[in-house]
Unconditional design. Structure first.
Length: 442
């Protein structure tokens, strides 16, 4: 079969809420284009050589509707859903069989099914091989369902050949995954719904091998928020993983995700630093510790954890969630004071978003508090539900206030922002961050 994998357009903040740009002198939050998530390279690796594979990235390319394909496979997150649905509708109208998978189709399959012939619910390893067999016979089922029991020891090595050397990307890190699933069950998180309520771990040596195979890519992105959780099992894993990463002597930028739910093991945090990690992308606001710190005015544990990060030499890039059920209009200034008090200078703000499959989605749907299902607006820059203790307008005004006020108090130097990403020389030159002379000196 001739198969087309499609990664739909992902509308970032400034595309849907340009008011944020007034706060910044550098549009980093909207203008860079990065390589796809892991769904497509995993499915590419699972596709037997008898098939001919092609790839279209809606963030870079026009979708090749006029070309013949036997099967179109669309992988998407919630903010990509509107474009994914448009792609599915267009190919189906032309008689092409289409399949959708990813976080959104897994968590809202009945909606995705309106725009494709088949939906994969769950992980590709448990669903995609059967899709191929059925598509060859011309007998696609409507739904293919996995059960989140896939053994991560059998994780296939992602195959990035469809986009690894593709031009147009401004940031091309090797995105790696250590865990699937999470047992925290935070109200606004879609991970447990898609990957299960317990953490499944990939062998650390397997992750290191993947990094070694992709040393030519522009840095490393470790996407697991759970990697530094304060539990015995995650700490044991982290010790082994970061020890191996240190031995690898990786020299490019490492982008590590985390949260305020942080290990108390200071030796482990120093190991993370010694392994080459300089910055921690810290998702805050809806986990129990940071909620307690800001929403409920009990900051001691969160502030102690942030101090541990700084003492280990890790700089914090805070992704701050606001707009929770108990938040009132004073939450915005409370967040700013918390950031200032903890000397956090690189920040992004986003509004709590009830993604399909999350506890808050189910709650708001049951109470008719979902204001729109225009998934272009589910990118964290819009209030898409009726807040409990303020109006929608007050929520969005407070959100913009935080962007403007924070970067007025603490102006963001573009060169400072750049250190969090291994952006291409072409991108840096385009935005005046380096000159031709700088480029020639490298």
């Amino acid at each position: 079969m001739k198969i087309l994998f499609v990664y739909p357009h992902f509308k970032k903040y400034l595309e849907t809420n340009p008011g944020i740009l007034e706060a910044l002198n550098f549009p980093l939050y909207a203008s860079y284009k990065s390589t796809p998530s892991l769904g497509i390279p995993i499915m590419t690796a699972l596709t037997p050589d008898e098939h001919e594979v092609h790839f279209a990235d809606g963030n870079l390319d026009p979708i090749p509707y006029d070309e013949h394909f036997d099967l179109v496979v669309i992988n998407c997150f919630t903010p990509q859903a509107k474009h994914a649905y448009e792609i599915g509708d267009t190919f189906r109208a032309r008689g092409v069989k289409t399949v959708m998978g990813g976080i959104l189709p897994t968590n809202y399959p009945e909606d995705a099914k309106k725009h494709c012939d088949a939906v994969c619910i769950g992980e590709a390893e448990q669903t995609y091989p059967q899709v191929l067999e059925d598509a060859k016979k011309g007998k696609l089922q409507e739904f293919y369902v996995g059960d989140n029991t896939f053994d991560m020891a059998n994780y296939v090595m992602p195959d990035r050949r469809l986009f690894k050397n593709k031009k147009g990307y401004d940031w091309k890190p090797v995105l790696v995954q250590c865990f699937r699933g999470c047992d925290m069950r935070c109200n606004y998180c879609a991970i447990p719904g898609a990957h299960g309520n317990c953490i499944r771990m990939r062998p650390p040596e397997h992750v290191i091998k993947e990094i070694e195979m992709n040393m030519d890519m522009d840095g490393l992105f470790i996407a697991d928020d759970q990697l530094l959780f304060p539990t015995e099992v995650t700490e044991k894993y982290a010790y082994e993983f970061f020890s191996r990463l240190k031995d690898l002597n990786y020299k490019k930028s490492i982008f590590l995700s985390g949260s305020a739910m942080l290990t108390k093991d200071e030796k482990l945090l120093r190991l993370v630093k010694d392994a080459g990690v300089d910055h921690l992308y810290c998702v805050t606001g809806f986990d129990p510790i940071s909620m307690k710190a800001v929403t409920h005015d009990m900051p001691e544990e969160a502030e102690t954890n942030f101090k541990r990060m700084r003492d280990a030499g890790l700089e914090i890039f805070a992704s701050v969630t606001m707009g929770l059920e108990s938040d009132t209009k004073d939450i915005f200034e409370k967040h700013l004071k918390f950031l200032e008090r903890n000397k956090i200078r690189f920040v992004e703000f986003w509004l709590a978003t009830p993604y399909p499959g999350t506890p808050m989605w189910r709650k708001y749907k049951a109470k008719n508090r979902i204001l729109t299902e225009d998934f272009d607006l589910y990118n964290g820059a819009h209030c898409v539900f009726q807040p409990k203790k303020m109006t929608k307008e007050e929520m969005e005004e407070g959100f913009l206030y935080c962007w403007k006020e924070f970067f007025t108090r603490f102006p963001l130097d573009p060169a400072e922002a750049m250190k969090y990403y291994n952006l291409t020389e072409e991108y840096q030159k385009k935005h005046g961050l380096i000159s031709d002379d700088d480029k020639a000196d490298k």
